[in-house]
Design a protein around this ligand. Structure first.
Ligand SMILES: [Zn+2]
Length: 437
């Protein structure tokens, strides 16, 4: 079925199109809030203001709104950073009760957006949304304040078209997707679930039903400091050892492992790239003429849903990485008494849901029906949908207008008409999934 199915659906699409200004206006209001994704220790900015703004809109639709600041994270949870404070960063869940008997739908988005720097390179101010040649420019237009606004306007259009859904809608906006996923985690811990969910990331009208997970090891190689410009005795006689040079075979071992993964059958996935291991940070040395005593390398390690262990963690992948790098170290007797140091900063879990799930089909059909055909796809990176799917038991995928190409870049933008269509598709998907009373 690839058309708008009924007069009622026609009316809803019309109501969304009539709300174009409303949609662009709300997107602009969200963009104007500074919700820059946090770096460690960064205090909150406009997160509360933005969530309150959304809560008022949902309130006006008769939703039961719940705005809460999660308790700070403790230690020992490998999936969220230690001691993360949510002061000034509330999470929002708003339940719109259905008339009963229908399936419930989670509509999710993250309110944080990546840093705008270097701000002076933007053609126009990143916090002031501007429409130029049919595109909406501003930080977060695509990733993903536009998507959040489209979800709100979809629900408002259903209301203005007098559509009462049979099932509940749970609208949930979270913080910290760009940094750690801790907001989505907190939402699931708070009990946010539904029968299925859509996360309004910019997918180009495809349905991202799968994503990879991430492990972030920081591997420290120890050397021995010494003057770099004087002759050094052998290390066994107390001579200096260059930690940066000792890190080279460790980085090469990581390269070999990623090459191996590319060809290994267990790293084949119909929608995702194989696992990968990319060195992203190197820190070593502290003086121009001193042998560096330590060198720490951070690796961004991506792994597939099929590599999760029985507990739903990436410990098996962790062990494999450790084995590969340790065996490179074992070839050099220096490491016998100076073992590699390991710090695993995070384990952000991968997830997937069936690409023929009824909500996926309903959403893609609704998209095709208004001229935005799409297909099931995967996200090689990560999104909050994974947490709702894997931890919350709510099969959730990402779906929205195009926007990935400029996400996280200077002059981030989306096409205004695509955003309007995305809102219409969200409304139709809700009708087809939740049922109409
Ligand atoms: Zn995003």
């Amino acid at each position: 079925m690839t058309e708008v199915r009924s007069a009622l659906e026609e009316k809803v699409v019309g109501a969304v199109r009539a709300s174009r200004d409303e949609l662009l206006g709300l997107t602009a209001e969200l963009v104007a809030c500074d919700t820059t994704a946090r770096s460690p220790g960064m205090p909150a900015r406009d997160e509360e203001k933005l969530q309150c703004m959304l809560a008022r809109r949902l309130d006006a639709l008769g939703a039961e709104t719940d705005l809460w600041e999660p308790e700070p994270t403790g230690t020992g949870n490998r999936h969220v950073p230690d001691d993360l404070d949510f002061k000034g960063r509330p999470q929002l869940a708003a339940r719109l009760r259905g008339a009963a008997g229908g399936r419930s739908l989670l509509l999710n988005g993250h309110i944080d957006a990546v840093d705008v720097e270097p701000r002076e390179k933007w053609t126009s101010d990143p916090f002031t949304m501007v429409e130029r040649d049919g595109r909406l420019y501003g930080r977060g237009t695509g990733d993903m304040k536009g998507g959040i606004a489209a979800l709100v306007v979809a629900l408002e259009a259903l209301r203005s078209a007098d559509v009462r859904l049979a099932g509940d809608v749970v609208f949930c906006t979270v913080t910290d997707e760009e940094s750690s996923g801790a907001g989505g985690w907190a939402a699931v811990a708070h009990g946010i679930t539904a029968d299925a969910g859509i996360c309004a990331e910019p997918t180009g009208f495809d349905a991202w039903v799968a994503c990879r997970g991430t492990l972030t090891p920081f591997v420290t190689v120890t050397g021995r400091a010494g003057h770099a410009e004087v002759r050094q005795p052998h290390w066994r006689e107390g001579g200096a050892v260059n930690a940066i040079e000792k890190a080279v075979p460790i980085i090469q071992a990581a390269q070999r492992l990623r090459e191996e993964w590319r060809d290994r059958p267990d790293h084949r996935h119909p929608l995702l790239s194989p696992g990968d291991m990319v060195p992203t940070i190197v820190r070593g040395g502290n003086w121009e003429v001193t042998y560096p005593e330590t060198c720490t390398v951070c690796f961004d390690c991506m792994y597939l849903p099929t590599h999760l262990d029985a507990d739903g963690t990436g410990r098996l992948v962790e062990a494999e990485i450790k084995r590969a790098l340790e065996s490179a170290a074992a070839a050099d007797p220096w490491f016998d008494d100076h073992p590699l140091g390991w710090e695993w900063r995070s384990d952000v879990v991968p997830a997937e849901m069936p690409s023929d799930h009824e909500l996926v089909i309903a959403t893609l059909d609704a998209g095709a029906g208004i001229g935005r055909p799409g297909k099931p796809g995967g996200l090689d990176s990560w999104h909050d949908a994974a947490t709702f799917t894997r931890r919350g038991g709510t099969p959730t995928f990402s779906y929205g207008c195009d926007g990935l190409a400029t996400a996280h870049t200077i002059d981030e933008s989306i096409v205004a008409e695509e955003l309007v269509d995305a809102a219409a598709i969200y409304a139709l998907a809700a009708m087809r999934w939740c049922g109409v009373a």
